[in-house]
Ligand binder design. Structure first.
Ligand code: SAM
Length: 519
């Protein structure tokens, strides 16, 4: 049931995390003045502890010029990934069943290494093996992304994990049954007002969040023997010992300390030049509980804006949401920021009509009053604020009339994912070559997409309603199930309308839906 303290009796859940995409890593490196690995001429990408392999497969489908390798010790996980690779015909993806202690000798070097949901959940020996793998297999100039449970955000929640695990160990059955029992015990303690919960109201609320989670996720999150959380400085020291340098973090706004700490703390940060110190203090001001950090091996510094254009001008920028009008309010954890003013007004106008490279933005006369370095900073900050998105290739403007034509889902991977995940209860990530990453849609939208492609917009709501009735998927409003058939029908109609007006143009824009070649 357990390998090196890690549970193996229950399979994990599939998931795609946009933070792991090369396009996101390359942008964070560039905005922090570090030369990102070149991507257009091909690159290699390794995921350690890849679980069911959805990151590997989605990124492989979105980046045909990359070679993707996943490693996991659980053969049930790698078997699922292997089947999905075969179903989608992904020639540039493979998964290997191996313990991190025993990686194949001929694995070679990678421009990108990623590990999510692994570093905090494995024992100290496995962490050493991860550091060893980083030292050996990350190419010079390569980027590594690691996620982990962070302090101080976990401080008041650690006791919950301790009780969950202790109680689960006393129960019978597999890890899912044990975690279910342990959760019921926590609810019992909380509802009878055990003093820990009275003294820690956020921990009490956290139980409600746990109750909404998939129990397989809870088993993998909480039942591993070595589960732990780290301060940023501890992780930086470990990777520093493996010869890696901290570059930056995701989501993008975490690279802008003024978007992470309230204005009353900002004077303190202004005077601190040391990025490592800034990161540590930022986590206290934001009570960070989870981090995605990017490290580089032998990073080369970018030499000014010209230098950035020489190494990262293949990245393109565009408005994230069609129809964006300023002012826009961005809520970023502890900071809420309002985006407005003529500079952003012009950028929104330019980046609404398809994506542009930084060099194209800088060359536009309409922005000539702003110094180039400030302009680049404004574009990066726009990404941080959620106003703009970065893409690996050109993304044209959305076509509002896209629904008038016959459309097909172009990629075999996307068709396979729709088949397996529609109405599955969690977001479905489709691969976009233009974005170089996954595009998430809801599981209901995934079913609407299938019905729309198969039978057009005529009778779309009827077909979806029939399909829902035959499934176990319940519709919800404000987190509560909707039982009344008339209300259900209203929700189905509304979902189809929104799908046709927003989702179809968006999927067409990023190249997931294309006009059928057939007459
Ligand atoms: C929480 S899951 C995360 C999976 C995946 N990265 C994701 O985010 O969906 C952790 C994964 O690490 C794998 N793992 C744990 N210890 C390992 C080891 N020593 N060698 C290889 N894989 C390991 C587990 O089998 C599991 O699939």
């Amino acid at each position: 049931m357990i390998a090196q303290g890690y549970i193996t009796d229950v399979s994990y859940i599939p998931g795609f995390y946009p933070q792991m995409a090369p396009v996101a890593l390359r942008h964070v490196a560039a905005l922090n003045g570090v030369v990102p690995p070149a991507a257009s001429a091909g690159f290699r990408y390794l995921e350690l502890g890849c679980g069911l392999g959805r990151v590997v497969t989605t990124l492989a489908a979105a980046n045909p010029n990359g070679e993707f390798v996943g490693v996991d010790l659980n053969p049930e996980h790698t078997a699922v990934a292997g089947r999905e690779i075969a179903a989608a015909g992904l020639a540039n993806a493979q998964v290997i069943t191996a313990d991190l202690a025993d990686l194949p000798a001929d694995l070679g070097e990678f421009e990108f290494i990623a590990l999510h949901g692994v570093f905090s959940w494995v024992g100290p020996e496995v962490r050493q093996q991860i550091l060893q793998a980083a030292r050996r297999h990350l190419a010079p100039g390569g980027l590594l992304i690691v996620s982990y449970n962070a302090m101080p955000g976990w401080a008041h929640l650690q006791p919950i994990r301790a009780i969950l695990r202790q109680y689960a160990a006393l129960r019978q059955g597999d890890s899912v049954q044990r975690v279910r029992d342990a959760l019921a015990y926590l609810v019992f303690l909380r509802d009878r007002q055990a003093k820990y919960f009275v003294d820690n109201p956020r921990a009490s609320a956290y139980i409600d969040a746990l109750l909404t989670q998939d129990v397989r996720y809870l088993a993998h999150e909480y039942l591993n023997h070595h589960w732990t959380s780290f301060y940023f400085a501890e992780v930086a020291e470990m990777f520093g010992g493996a010869g890696l340098t901290f570059v930056g973090s995701l989501p993008t706004h975490t690279n802008f300390w003024d978007l992470c700490v309230r204005p009353d703390f900002q004077e303190l940060f202004r005077t601190t030049r040391d990025r490592l110190v800034t990161e540590a203090h930022k986590d206290f001001c934001a009570n960070t509980a989870f981090r995605w950090d990017i490290y580089a091996k032998s990073p080369r510094r970018i030499d000014g804006l010209e230098g950035r254009l020489a190494v990262a001008d293949d990245l393109e920028f565009r408005v994230a949401k069609a129809g964006t009008r300023l002012p826009v309010q961005a809520s970023l954890g502890v900071v809420t920021s309002t985006v407005d003013g003529p500079l952003y007004g012009m950028l929104v106008e330019m980046l609404s009509a398809g994506s542009l490279r930084l060099s194209q933005i800088l060359a536009d006369d309409r922005l000539s009053a702003t110094p180039p370095a400030d302009l680049a900073r404004a574009v990066d900050a726009g990404v941080a604020l959620g106003l703009f998105e970065v893409s690996a290739r050109h993304v044209p403007a959305a076509d509002a009339n896209a629904t008038a034509r016959g459309l097909v889902v172009v990629n075999a991977f996307n068709r396979a994912v729709l088949e397996s995940d529609a109405l599955g209860g969690r977001a479905v990530a489709l691969a976009s070559e233009r974005l170089g990453t996954g595009q998430a849609i809801g599981d209901l939208d995934a079913a609407i997409l299938q019905e729309f492609v198969a039978g057009g917009r005529e009778g779309l709501s009827d077909r979806l309603a029939r399909r829902l009735a035959a499934s176990r998927r319940t519709l919800q409003r404000d987190g509560k199930p909707v039982d009344d058939p008339a209300d259900q029908r209203k929700l189905v109609d509304a979902a189809c309308d929104i799908f046709l007006s927003l989702t179809v143009p968006r999927l067409g824009q990023v190249g997931i839906l294309e006009t059928s070649a057939a007459p």
